[in-house]
Ligand binder design. Structure first.
Ligand SMILES: *[C@@H]1O[C@H](CO)[C@@H](O)[C@H](O)[C@H]1NC(C)=O
Ligand SMILES: *[C@@H]1O[C@H](CO)[C@@H](O)[C@H](O)[C@H]1NC(C)=O
Length: 356
């Protein structure tokens, strides 16, 4: 397996060497930086990290270790786990941001290595509904559109809006969760007339072709894709300069995090990239060859400690908020009008781990 991996990496490096040559491209002169907010990024990355937590009690009551820092006080309205497809997401309200926050977990089903390896071969095989010539990969699309996730998310957004009014919606996710966040943001704009939708993803793969990217950027202009250093995932599925009509193409706007300096003097740069989605001076100026750069953004650990598991752990104190469908998929849900759930930490006797 390791051998195959290195072979693929070698092939990819060669392809990149050919494709990252100078391009004749007229870059838009735009007001770079108008929508990127560093503080917001450091907050949203914590939401993207927390959604990996598999203890549903801690996540639902926002008491997990990852739920502590800049996201303190967040009120979860809905927590959905699609057991069949090993997906997880939540919707809640961040009163300090005066916004609804939606977060999606990245892949858990295989080792991250296998998942990344598969990314090389993903085909543009699905026409995005209602957009001529806009192609996406069916796996990314269906993860959001054809699972328990979408109806649960939309339902929670409806309930949140009913109670809090038409406040902004911020959608986030890391890796595969970033792909789902993009489809969710687009869905809210296209099909649900959401007014203020902001998407910020971390280390997300490409999800569609250039036509799709153009539609996407018109419909969800307030989108930031953060790429860390040499993170391999945003380089996948590959971009081929010599097949512009057939290739995957990122939508804008990338923010590329990298270090400059020598020895003890290292500066962290956050480069706000151009409006093409494929700025050759941003992450595409380097080889995407790092998995470790994929796992930590802004110093925050993403993924989870025990990858490869898709199990849920839950305390009996929150089971009354839960519903399970025929497929074993799980939703914890609370009325935004009710007070947040306080756990009775004295009685741990009722602990009942639920395993997939
Ligand atoms: C960036 O986001 C933070 C947190 O929401 C906010 O307080 C701040 O005003 C924003 N900065 C700008 C320049 O919009
Ligand atoms: C959508 O999901 C259903 C149920 O999981 C499945 O039977 C169906 O094949 C999926 N559709 C596609 C096109 O994948």
């Amino acid at each position: 397996m390791a051998k195959r991996w290195w072979l693929i990496l070698a092939i990819y490096t060669c392809l990149l060497a050919f494709s990252s040559g100078r391009e004749l491209q007229i870059l838009e002169k735009v007001d770079h930086g108008s929508i990127y907010n560093h503080t917001m990024a450091t907050i949203l990355v914590e939401y993207a990290s927390a959604v990996y937590v598999s203890d549903l009690t801690e996540l639902f009551t926002w008491t997990c270790r990852r739920c502590d820092g800049l996201t303190k006080g967040f009120e979860v309205i809905e927590l959905v786990v699609d057991i069949q497809h090993c997906l997880q997401g939540f919707v809640g309200v961040a009163k300090d941001l005066n916004a609804i926050v939606i977060a999606f977990r990245g892949t858990q089903e295989h080792s991250i290595m296998n998942w990344i390896e598969d990314l090389y071969w993903k085909q543009l095989d699905l026409n995005y509904p209602g957009m001529d010539d806009a192609m996406v990969h069916h796996g990314f699309y269906y993860a959001y559109h054809n699972t328990t996730i979408r109806p649960a998310v939309l339902n929670a957004v409806r309930r949140a809006k009913k109670f809090y009014g038409d406040i902004p919606i911020m959608v986030t996710g890391h890796s595969m969760g970033g792909a789902m966040a993009s489809f969710c943001g687009l869905d809210l704009k296209v099909n649900h007339e959401a007014r203020d939708v902001r998407v910020m993803t971390f280390g997300q793969p490409r999800i569609g072709n250039a036509v799709f990217a153009t539609y996407y950027s018109k419909l969800v202009p307030n989108t930031i894709r953060v790429t860390n250093e040499h993170d391999i995932v945003p380089h996948l599925p590959p971009y081929y300069t010599y097949f512009p009509q057939k290739t995957y193409h990122h939508f804008p706007r990338e923010v590329w995090l990298y270090n400059i300096g020598l020895g003890s003097l290292v500066y962290k740069i956050e480069k706000v990239c151009d409006g093409t989605g494929e700025d050759p001076t941003c992450s595409r100026s380097v080889t995407g060859n790092s998995i470790s750069d994929h796992l930590v953004y802004y110093g925050v650990e993403l993924m989870c400690r025990t990858p490869g598991t898709c199990r849920i752990v839950m305390d009996s104190q929150v089971t009354e908020y839960g519903t399970v469908d025929l497929g074993g998929n799980f939703i914890l849900s609370r009325d935004p009008a009710t007070p947040v759930i306080k756990l009775n930490t004295e009685s741990d006797i009722g602990e009942r781990p639920v395993q997939n």
